[in-house]
Design a protein around this ligand. Sequence first.
Ligand code: IMP
Length: 200
Amino acid sequence: MNLKLIKGMRIVVATHNPGKVPEISALLGGNYELVTAGQLNLPEPEETESTFGGNAMLKARHAAQLSGQVALADDSGLSVAALHGAPGIFSARWAGPGKDFAVAMAKVEQRLEEIGATDRAAWFTSALALAWPDGPCVVVEGVVRGQLTFPPRGDKGFGYDPLFIAEGQTLTFGEMDPAAKDAISHRTRAFEKLKAALID
Ligand code: IMP
């Protein structure tokens, strides 16, 4: 079976957030007809796996099986070494129902203080899964390593960006121009791997 992406192919993006489509389209290099699971009225599965890759695969398989088409899903988050990888797959959930990342970032700092940790090593992971309706699924992961800094700095990014200084940088992701962050981000690295595996 041909596990390759073909130009013009329709891909279901396993998300209910239409805002993700332009970004994914650019990262894939255009050339695909992207439609979201939300537009197809597909239900969202519960993210019950314990890894980024597991959850990305679960979402991609679910969308591929229900739509009968190739489906792409992502799962991402921040992992802190001294917190044994937390918040990890719970990165979005740490911000609570109000999606308040000031709360989530304060929680990271508080947890580190509670255990008296001085190690500030952390990394962002982006897992991507591409599933075919009849079973096969390709999963890749991109990672960017760095250090946390407190208090948070910068308002250019989203999520945990103001806390994170990537290796070799002095600015946080929240202070960097989006293009500079994109050049080294976990998400860009994951898409590069996906393209290398699936595009001739
Ligand atoms: P997902 O939508 O379930 O993949 O949740 C990912 C969560 O991880 C987001 O809500 C952010 O909090 C966090 N996250 C992932 N990537 C980044 C990033 O590049 N910068 C900041 N936070 C990120």
